[in-house]
Design a protein around this ligand. Structure first.
Ligand SMILES: [Zn+2]
Ligand SMILES: [Zn+2]
Length: 165
């Protein structure tokens, strides 16, 4: 049995071949076997952002085809793993990067792009800790040259929608 351990995994396409995007119309979560413990786990892609910034199906269907989401996700399997810390009820401790991207009419899960994942992490942190103004500054910093990240795309949509242009 696999012992709980905080582990940052480097994953390949092979590790993610069984991963799928739930609700193919607009990717709201991803599911697949954890690359470490092999138990099934699901990640809600939007959890780190404040409610008013959550992506909606409309945002996704209106998006250009290049839209992609990169982030670091954690194992949240429901199997028991020895030495799981007190207060932690799920997972084996593993985390890894994924990119969710559009492929034709579908969304697919690929191994993460480190630059994109770092940007998404930074933005999520910013969104959790600060007001809209500083989030916007962070988003603008990253937006140059980056197609779209979970948070960035959502933010740019939300902010543009508020009549800044
Ligand atoms: Zn597990
Ligand atoms: Zn796991």
């Amino acid at each position: 049995m696999i012992t709980y351990k905080k582990t940052q995994l480097q994953v390949s396409q092979t590790d993610l071949k069984e991963w799928r995007v739930n609700n193919g119309h607009a990717p709201t979560s991803v599911t697949g076997p954890c690359p470490r413990c092999e138990d099934e786990t699901t990640d809600p892609l939007v959890r780190d952002l404040p409610e008013n910034l959550l992506m909606t199906a409309d945002v996704f269907t209106a998006a250009p085809l290049r839209l992609q989401i990169s982030r670091i996700i954690e194992c949240e399997c429901s199997e028991p793993h020895p030495k799981r810390p007190h207060g932690v009820s799920v997972g084996c401790g593993a985390s890894w990067q994924i990119t969710v991207k559009r492929s034709g009419a579908h969304w697919i899960v690929e191994a993460g792009d480190p630059v994109m994942a770092a940007a998404a992490m930074e933005l999520a942190k910013e969104a959790a800790a600060n007001d809209l103004k500083s989030i916007r500054a962070t988003a603008e910093k990253w937006l140059a040259g980056v197609a779209a990240l979970l948070g960035l795309f959502t933010l740019s949509g939300a902010l543009v929608g508020k009549g800044h242009h």
